[in-house]
Design a protein around this ligand. Structure first.
Ligand code: SF4
Length: 246
């Protein structure tokens, strides 16, 4: 029994890399395999590339046969699919959505516009490189990429997850100051989200030398604590009937 207690449940290493603990490595590889075959995808339809998703999902290409299906909320989704150009306003919502997803999580940028702005590269209103603001695991380039390319990209991601090579979500915690700095440059110094990324980095044991820095220090200066939901909606001031549960 004492030997079993010493076996770590999670090795914190890539399945292929291993920790030297055979049982933990087998367990991690099994977890990675199961994870790669059961992916819930939140598609954030930002641009025209979204039009290729209905054929990719439905009978002709049928991505569900790969174990991938659409999901309506970020809290149960594994993949965030960004399907085209991203305006500055939209990018705020994308970051908010990404930060609400549970880890491990993966980002796919579809369309050339997510890579470098595409045909909107000169526009003042669009973000040029999605990976400046979020840890992108895979780009599927094209204007717009066909469903075959989308399916191929998803298959590549599945293989990477299985091999333990798709772990950019860790990078967001380890280099949070870098990502936050780019976000502040675009949205202004007062930019903040309701999510506690630094607390999560501590929770996952992913504090790195670049997790904290000048940009997180700036965030701490102006960050305001979250209000309860009912206060935000002004519901606290409404009269409550005695027989009505709140
Ligand atoms: S790459 Fe082409 S199809 Fe995709 S969002 Fe940009 S303009 Fe639209």
């Amino acid at each position: 029994m004492s030997t079993l207690k010493n076996i770590p449940v999670v090795s914190h290493e890539k399945p292929s890399g291993g920790t030297g603990n055979l049982l933990a490595n087998v367990f991690d590889e099994l977890m990675a395999f199961c994870r790669s075959r059961s992916l819930f995808m939140l598609h954030y339809c930002t641009g025209c590339g979204a039009i290729e998703l209905p054929p990719a999902m439905t009978s002709r290409f049928d991505m569900e046969r790969l174990g991938i299906q659409p999901m309506v909320t970020p809290r149960q989704a594994d993949i965030l699919l960004v399907t085209g150009y991203v305006s500055t306003k939209t990018l705020k919502r994308i970051i908010l959505t990404y930060e609400q997803m549970n880890s491990p999580k993966y980002v796919i940028g579809i369309c050339s516009c997510t890579v470098n702005g595409g045909m909107y590269w000169q526009s003042y209103a669009t973000a040029k490189k999605l990976n400046d603001y979020l840890p992108v695991d895979m780009y599927i380039a094209g204007c717009m990429p066909r469903p075959e390319a989308v399916i191929h990209g998803l298959r590549e991601l599945m293989e990477n997850i299985k091999k333990g090579e798709s772990d950019n979500w860790r990078d967001y915690y380890r280099r949070y100051d870098h990502y936050l700095g780019n976000q502040q440059r675009l949205f202004g110094e007062n930019w903040q989200t309701p999510t506690d990324i630094i607390g999560e980095a501590r929770h996952y044991d992913l504090m790195g030398p670049e997790t904290l820095g000048p940009h997180t220090a700036l965030l701490e200066q102006h960050q305001t604590p979250l209000k309860p939901f009912e206060m935000t909606l002004g519901l606290a001031d409404l009269p409550v009937r005695k027989d009505e549960p709140r």
